[in-house]
Structure formats: C-alpha cells, structure tokens
Design a protein around this ligand. Structure first.
Ligand code: F0G
Length: 451
C-alpha cells in the first residue's frame, strides 16, 4: 500500500494513522469511529505543485480510448485521485465503472422537469455499484498479502467480493442473513466460488459476527467500514461531473442502506471541488425505505447528530439495514451539501421501480427509492422544475427478478398497501398471459391488452 501518499483520518476524533496501522475491524482505537482516506500531499501542495485540473480532465478522457487494462476501468482511469496502491499493476479489475448516464424521458415529463437522469450503476460487471468499491479495496487486500477476504452482506457486496476475489485468486467468506437476500445475488456468490454462510439473523447481526471473526483470524474485511471501498465508490462522482462537462448537476439522489455510498459520492465531489476541478458541489439527498429509516429518524430527532438503530423491514432487501455503519459520514454529506434525508413506502418503491422498468432501464427495488424520493421532493417544491437531477440506480433489475414478477402478478403488495394507488398500479402491471399456441389466440390476447 502506498503509505507515502495517503493516510487514514478518523471521522470521529480526527486521529491520523498510516494505512497499515488500521485495526482489522477498521475502527479507530481511540474513539471507535470509522476512517476516511486522506491524501496528505494534496493539502500541502500549493500552486504549481497541485494536480492541474485541465491536464487531469484531458488525461481521464484520453484513457477512455486506451487499450490498457487499467485505463479501461472506470475506477482506475481516475487513479491520480485514488493513489492507494504501491503499484497500480496489482489492481484487480473487471472493467468496472464507465456506467451509462441515461436521460429519464417519461419520468421527467411526469414530474414536469427538463433535466432528469439516471446514473445506472447496475450496469457494472456483477450488476451493482459495489464493483467500483471492490476493485479498490480488494486490490489493497491483495497487495497486503491476504489470502482470505470476507464481508457481511445483503447480497450485492457479497456478489462483487466473490467475483473480484476469484479474479485475484483469493478465497472469500460471505455472511448473509438467511432468507433475506434476493436469489440472483446468492447465486452469484456461489457461482464465483465464495464460502457462503447463511446466518439466522439479519444484516446487522451478520456484521456483528464478522467483526469478531476478523479480530481473531487473518481475514481482510471488505465491508464498507473499509475506507478503501469508498475510494472506488467515489469515482461515479467523477464520471457524473465529466458527463456534464464538469458543470455538475444541481442534485444527486442516492439510496441509503449502510450509508457508505452516499458518503463516498460526497467525498468524490468534495475532492473535485477542493482540487478545483468543479466550481461547486451538487446537493446530495439520501432516500431510505420507511421500514429501514434510522437516518431519517436521526434527522427528525437530532438533525443528524445522533442515531438510534431500528429493526429493519423492507422488501427492498438490499437496504434492509437498521444500524448503518457510515451514518455519521452520510449525515455530514447531507448537511454540507444542503441535501435532504427522507423515506418512502413499500408502495412508492414498487411503483417507482415499475416506472423505471417501463422506461426500458429497470433496476432493483433499493434503487427505485431514488425516483420515489424525487417525486416527494417535487411534490413539496424542494426540487424545482428547472433543476438538473441525477438518480443513482445502484443495482440491475435481474438481481431481484422475484420482486418484479410478484409486482406484475399482483402478489407483491397487500391490499392495504395498494389502497388509493389502484389505477397507477393497474396501468403499470404487465403480467404474462397464458394463451393457446395459435396465432389467433395470441392476436386475441394482444387485442385484449390494448383494448
Ligand atoms: N442499493 C443497493 C442495490 C445495495 O445493494 C445497497 C447496499 C444500497 C443501495 C445501499 O448502499 O449501504 O452504501 O447505503 N448493499 C449492501 C450489500 C449493504 O451488502 O450489498 P449503502
């Protein structure tokens, strides 16, 4: 690891340590809080010594047409802003990042907006935004000589970790809450050869067990308490800024679970701003599911100063998290950028997900909270029609096919959940129709569906 170029700063007490001195659970020995990677040189360098914004922007764009493996990664093409490795040659990459930014035409029209976009992180190699963080942290694990890596997960982290570990020739251990993750994700961990343990507890329980394991065994922890994960996960901020020709959108809306991703994106934009690559930061808002909303409650009761864990319940299993590790970091990002933290109901999530599907994009339920949240922010005037808004879609629609099929079959939501939304749901539902194997029967079905 390149300890000359970076250090770890405790987010709670400000303690500065070298990367190799971090404890196995990545908690500060003094106050127990999490660390953030800090590039010491950046603050010390002045004037000519600072990275040249114009040169960096040119270099990063040039790399998009390069044939070099590292340049083809949407994370490592920005490597000047994440010098965490001794040698970039040890990076483990699956060509992550460089994900599409799609205009959302129908949703924009429905919301009376001109400029609405989806940054689709589900278009990463394992189908979620976790790949961008995993390439960074797993590369550190390899450089530090670990043979085993591990994570507790609601499914996507484990899929990403298992894939990157397999590519690097490392062994991986996955702890997942039994019966509470989507099958697509479980199948990925198996496919990529992880040792997968289903625990009779929730995500927060899995985290507790794994934290004890890494304190005893030489296993590298790849949950998002690992600050190197966030270095990879900040790079979509660079991609978004680049896509807007470095003019940054007004508002970025992100789903909130363990709250690392919002923290990472906030760090990414903050660094761009500090280094003079962009003139301002976007507002960053975090949306949680109503049944898994500890940060929303924290803002309601203490303006984000204290957080009480909750017992989490939501069908958006990716964000079924009651005790998010990175809540302080995320709260700071929301406060510093003038964003909001709000929650949305199961019905709002299901409708928003179907709407994103009907745009030809699709996403997993946890990602759809962003559109559901934006609708609320538009309805109460917190987002103006003229604003440029980007929704961060975190996972691919095939991650949780059961959820989608249940919605379209009409078996997802309970009667009390659909009450008042019948027409909206009816207009979106596209159940598969069983018909006889004749052209006449298919044509009759077609007539019925449009008539
Ligand atoms: N969206 C998806 C699809 C996720 O998988 C997650 C988190 C989030 C949003 C929330 O991101 O935790 O950084 O606030 N999934 C983790 C996992 C916890 O284990 O895969 P966050």
């Amino acid at each position: 690891m390149n300890d000359n170029l970076h250090q770890l700063r405790c987010f709670g007490c400000g303690e500065l340590i070298s990367g190799s001195d971090a404890r196995p659970d990545f908690r500060c020995a003094r106050c127990g809080d999490l660390f953030e990677v800090e590039y010491v040189g950046w603050s010390q360098r002045r004037g000519h010594d600072r990275p040249n914004p114009g040169a960096l922007k040119w270099l990063w764009r040039e790399r998009r047409s390069s044939l070099e493996t590292l340049d083809q990664s949407g994370v490592w093409r920005f490597r000047e802003l994440l010098p965490i490795l001794d040698s970039f040659g040890s990076a483990v990459t699956l060509r992550e990042g460089n994900t599409p930014l799609y205009p959302l035409i129908r949703a924009a029209k429905a919301l009376g907006m001109d400029q609405l976009f989806a940054k689709h992180q589900g278009m990463n190699p394992t189908g979620s935004f976790k790949d961008t963080g995993m390439t960074a942290a797993l590369s550190v694990a390899r450089e530090r000589g670990f043979e085993w890596v591990a994570c507790a997960s609601t499914g996507n982290t484990s899929a990403a970790m298992a894939a990157y570990a397999a590519r690097a020739g490392l062994r991986s251990l996955v702890l997942i809450p039994e019966g509470k993750i989507a099958w697509g994700k479980l199948s990925q961990a198996m496919d990529y050869g992880a040792v997968t343990c289903q625990l009779k507890t929730d995500f927060d329980g899995c985290v507790r067990v794994l934290t004890e394991i890494v304190r005893e065994a030489p296993i590298y922890l790849l949950n998002s308490v690992n600050p190197y994960r966030l270095e990879g996960q900040k790079t979509p901020a660079f991609e978004i800024a680049e896509a807007f020709d470095w003019a940054v959108p007004d508002h970025l809306i992100v789903p909130g679970g363990n709250l690392a991703n919002s923290s990472a994106l906030g760090k990414g934009f903050r660094e761009l701003h500090e280094l003079g690559l962009v003139a301002r930061m976007p507002r960053i808002s975090v949306i949680q599911a109503e049944g898994a909303n500890p940060l929303v409650r924290s803002f309601a009761t203490s303006k984000g100063a204290a957080m009480e864990p909750v017992e989490a319940h939501t069908r958006a299993t990716a964000i079924r998290i009651g005790n998010p590790a990175s809540w302080r970091k995320a709260a700071r990002v929301i406060q510093n950028t003038g964003g909001w933290c709000l929650d949305v109901t199961e019905t709002e999530i299901a409708i928003a997900k179907a709407e994103l599907g009907a745009e030809g994009l699709g996403c997993e339920p946890a990602s759809a909270v962003t559109l559901a949240g934006l609708k609320k922010l538009r309805a109460d005037g917190r987002v103006a029609a003229s604003e440029t808004v980007v929704l961060l879609l975190t996972g691919h629609t095939l991650k949780d096919a059961d959820y989608t099929i249940d919605f379209h079959r009409g078996t997802l939501l309970k009667e009390q959940e659909t009450a008042g939304h019948e027409a909206e749901i009816h207009a979106l539902r596209r159940n598969a129709i069983a018909v006889g194997a004749t052209p006449a029967a298919v044509l009759a079905a077609l007539k019925g569906s449009v008539g």
